[in-house]
Design a protein around this ligand. Sequence first.
Ligand SMILES: CC(C)(COP(=O)(O)OP(=O)(O)OC[C@H]1O[C@@H](n2cnc3c(N)ncnc32)[C@H](O)[C@@H]1OP(=O)(O)O)[C@@H](O)C(=O)NCCC(=O)NCCS
Length: 151
Amino acid sequence: MTVWWFATLKAEQLDEVLEIEQASFQRPWNRRAFEDEFACRDAVHYAVLSPGSRRIIGYLFVRAMSSEMHLLKIAVAPRWRRCGVAAWALRQCFEKARSRGFERMVLEVRATNRAAIGLYVKLGFSKIGTRSRYYADTGEDALVMAKLLES
Ligand SMILES: CC(C)(COP(=O)(O)OP(=O)(O)OC[C@H]1O[C@@H](n2cnc3c(N)ncnc32)[C@H](O)[C@@H]1OP(=O)(O)O)[C@@H](O)C(=O)NCCC(=O)NCCS
């Protein structure tokens, strides 16, 4: 039985998010980038909280674009990885998006990010395209992946 909590992420939880962000990405977002996202009208952000301390163990940032939800970011704190947190959180997010009438979830992922690609494939995403040399820091391609949100 899953005992994590899924909740809307609040701006006052940003310090906890920044800590996980630093440990998770080659080019982490800075505080300003998160603040801009919080200010964006079409943005939705969720937190996964640990059962006891209610500390943040993962988060997702999505944006509504027409009938699609775009997954901008998902990360799980290193010591909570491979416990099913990300898969569970994404399924929660699918439910929320479906209930708001969104038809598809779309994302971009570094072509070398095996963990993330494994996660997305497991949850039913398929590759719909490639953006060549999309990531300026390494020149890596981005895979564009999508999943229909039918019920
Ligand atoms: C990608 C990430 C969010 C996965 O989080 P997680 O909570 O560990 O993932 P889960 O435990 O829910 O794993 C679900 C599935 O994803 C795949 N997966 C997760 N980690 C993996 C890894 N290190 N290697 C290969 N496959 C992996 C597996 O298919 C796994 O299913 P399984 O456990 O039945 O094999 C996490 O590794 C992370 O935060 N990475 C850094 C940030 C990042 O790259 N985010 C994605 C790009 S925005």
